[in-house]
Design a binder for this molecule. Structure first.
Ligand code: MOS
Length: 724
């Protein structure tokens, strides 16, 4: 189905099930422990052996020698896979470093070997018997030191609109500051894990992966297989945040280990390997310059970003929100990439915008103060309803001002004292901060298959994944709404590459695109049903489990009396993305308390107001935003991968050392969704919300800390030592 804009009234608009805060249909399976995660498909294939992955002990250099004989002789060991016996390995499209090193080592804890044994303990113990010696080269591990070597990237052209330098020089009020954000880890709960089974040339992988079709292709490319011979199964995922968008060493090594041992092999990356072997969000250095008139209108805006990655890796595109968020005739944006020998940098929740807004939205707060304006009024003054780089191109919807105003009202912004460090509560200094939220809404084709059985049950099949977001539930709501059925008539099957290719889970595009694909398939099923019953498809109504046209009336199940009806379709958008700028907007409000003696920082209240199209399930969406706000609080106050700059690895490579917020760190959180319907986005009229929720949060915290204390910190995380 080609999506034609604007979307007209369609069965989704009945809103009997869509838009309702339905509980998760997969909730009981998860809470009773019966939903199988990657490592838990114990019965899928009998007689599973265990793999243990060994990571490189250097960040850059070569493996001089590796003696595997003692490991191979150890009890229970079935095989040891290294680059010496792995065969010819190619590289997938999405990974920067090879997933099995040797002889060259590209980063610390790059996999160098897999030991396969009868039990996990035997594999782990034999792994200690590998005798490896290295030649260590000096790598480059410090972004600040490598900054001057950075070059433009293929991913992001420089932006030059008008004459930035002259306009800035001529501005009545000028601003120029730099900000830094550290390397972040996804730190999802479920580790990367895979069970691999071969049947001749056919490879089946039970795994934990956000993008089934991308990863199926990358496994095939890496192992030199035909894509048809690779099957990925990933029905449940215990968190991804971008860390499971792509294949990692677990998939490739499980497959190689299973081939070498002639057994089904299961393995999980250990927690330390997740930090240095998989991907992370790269650190950034950002310089922001703003020029404005005394009236508060921005005339010139410039944003430069420096980040690093391995050779072949890409930038952290922290300038992308600045291209669209505020008006200003003269614009300059540039992103530069330095070569570093740290582990691979890649997408993490709201890649680009999350760290970009951590800098931009402090800068906006600083500039508002310099202009003597309230930070909300400054943002409102510089709103734009068209793409600032191309005024012919409107936003499909843009309610940033409404988010700010609505939030200010709800949060009690009028109680904020503009002068910093002027509110006390006993020994605590109290402050409020605000930041805008922005994240693009991406459209991508997405398919599904629906089956109507003679029992009246409908089964939806798509390779869409549920990474804890609620995909199962919103897909069931969509199918039920479109076919006029109660929710309990729908069975949803996800995360299997045998099913039609979907949008997958990434970039907050999952919900809108995957449900649109399910809608398309259900609309096709409606036609098939009407034809089978001999009804005129154009006048057939589907509701309450019945099908009606004129004075004819049948149960939906009647259409499948003589055999199951199957329909498959996908949603496609053509070049809609080019005609309209599609983005989601929000405003974050934070109140903090800072201990006047110790500088301990406590977040007291958080509020997010989001404008993100139709909200398909407000309960699931609220959970997404609350989770994202929590992640933003972590980015503001605690998250940082500490680099050993001599040896080039992340030192705090476990959940004890890599600090994320716990319940006691997070206060009352509130989320408001504006009542928005976007007929340009899809037949669902929805957008994404899972990444919008983190965008701007850390800056709102930083701005609240400034308001509380008068100390401006431009280097994340804002730990208490930076306030003293
Ligand atoms: Mo997201 S970083 O595309 O999972």
């Amino acid at each position: 189905m080609k999506f034609e804009t604007p979307a007209t009234t369609n069965p989704i608009d009945r809103l009997k099930l869509i838009g309702k805060p339905t509980d998760r249909i997969d909730g009981p399976a998860k809470t009773t422990g019966t939903a199988p995660y990657a490592y838990e498909h114990h019965d899928a294939v009998p007689h599973q052996a265990y793999g243990y992955v060994v990571g490189a002990a250097i960040a850059k250099g070569r493996i001089k020698s590796m003696d595997t004989s003692r490991a191979l002789a150890a009890s229970g060991v079935l095989a040891v896979v290294t680059s010496a016996n792995a065969g010819d390995l190619g590289k997938g499209r999405f990974n920067t470093a090879r997933l099995l090193a040797g002889p060259d080592v590209q980063h610390y804890h790059q996999a160098i070997a897999l030991v396969v044994a009868e039990t996990f303990e035997q594999a782990r113990s034999a792994a200690q018997l590998l005798d490896v010696s290295y030649t260590r080269d000096q790598g480059v591990f410090d972004l600040a030191a490598a900054r001057d070597t950075a070059v433009p990237s293929d991913e992001q052209q420089d932006v030059a609109v008008g004459d930035f330098a002259s306009a800035l020089a001529a501005s009545a009020v000028r601003f120029d500051e730099s900000y830094t954000t550290p390397d972040h880890s996804h730190a999802m709960m479920e580790p990367h894990a895979t069970i691999a089974a071969w049947e001749g040339e056919k490879l089946t992988l039970w795994t934990s992966n956000q993008m089934i079709n991308w990863s199926r292709g990358d496994v095939a490319r890496t192992l030199g297989l035909s894509k048809d011979n690779v099957r990925l199964i990933s029905p449940y995922i215990g968190g991804g945040f971008g860390g499971k968008l792509f294949i990692r060493a677990d998939l490739i090594l499980a497959a190689l280990g299973a081939r070498a041992a002639k057994r089904t092999v299961k393995l999980s990356l250990t927690r330390p390997l997740i930090f240095n072997n998989t991907t992370h969000r790269p650190a950034t250095i950002q310089r922001i310059r703003i020029g404005a008139g005394h009236d508060g209108r921005i005339t010139a805006i410039g944003h430069e970003c420096w980040s690093g990655n391995l050779p072949g890796g890409d930038i952290e595109n922290a300038i992308q929100q600045t291209r669209r968020l505020y008006a200003g005739a003269h614009r300059m944006m540039a992103a530069r990439l330095a070569t570093l020998d740290l582990p691979e940098g890649n997408a993490m929740r709201a890649p680009g915008e999350a760290p970009g807004l951590m800098a931009l939205e402090i800068a906006m707060d600083e500039m508002a103060e310099r202009l003597g304006l309230d930070p909300i009024e400054f943002r409102v003054l510089n709103d734009t309803q068209v793409d600032p780089e191309n005024p012919q191109r409107p936003f499909s919807q843009r309610q940033l001002i409404a988010c700010l105003r609505n939030g200010a009202e709800r949060f009690g912004w009028n109680r904020r004292q503009r002068k910093p460090a002027s509110v006390r509560d006993g020994g605590w200094l109290i402050g409020m901060g605000v930041a805008a939220a922005f994240r693009n809404n991406l459209l991508t084709k997405s398919g599904a298959r629906v089956r109507l059985g003679g029992d009246g049950m409908v089964t939806v099949e798509t390779d869409m994944t549920d990474i804890g977001t609620g995909s199962y539930t919103i897909i069931a709501q969509t199918a039920a709404e479109t076919l006029g059925l109660p929710l309990d008539r729908i069975k949803v099957r996800l995360g299997d590459s045998d099913f039609p290719v979907s949008a997958g889970s990434g970039g907050q595009w999952g919900a809108n695109n995957s449900t649109s694909g399910v809608y398309a398939a259900c609309m096709k099923l409606r036609e098939t049903v009407a034809r089978t019953l001999g009804f005129d498809p154009t006048e057939t109504d589907f509701s309450d489990g019945r099908v009606r046209a004129g004075n004819r009336d049948a149960a939906l199940a009647d259409a499948a009396r003589d055999g199951e009806l199957v329909a498959e379709d996908r949603i496609e958008y053509g070049d809609l993305d080019e005609q309209y700028q599609q983005s989601t907007f929000g405003a974050h409000f934070v109140e903090v308390a800072v201990d006047a003696m110790t500088s301990e920082i406590r977040i007291r209240r958080m509020l997010a107001v989001c404008a993100a199209g139709r909200i398909l399930n407000p309960k699931a969406a609220r959970s997404q935003v609350i989770g994202a706000m929590t992640m933003g609080a972590g980015a503001a106050l605690m998250e940082e991968l500490a680099i050993d700059k001599r040896f080039g690895y992340f030192v705090n490579h476990d959940l004890a050392g890599y600090e994320v917020p716990v319940h006691a760190d997070i206060p009352h959180q509130d989320v408001i969704f504006l009542d928005e319907v976007d007929p340009i986005s899809s037949p669902m009229k929805a957008k994404g919300v899972g990444e919008l929720g983190i965008c701007g949060v850390a800056a709102a915290v930083a701005n609240a800390i400034y308001n509380a204390t008068g100390v401006r910190v431009r280097d994340y995380p804002i730990t208490l030592d930076k306030l003293i």
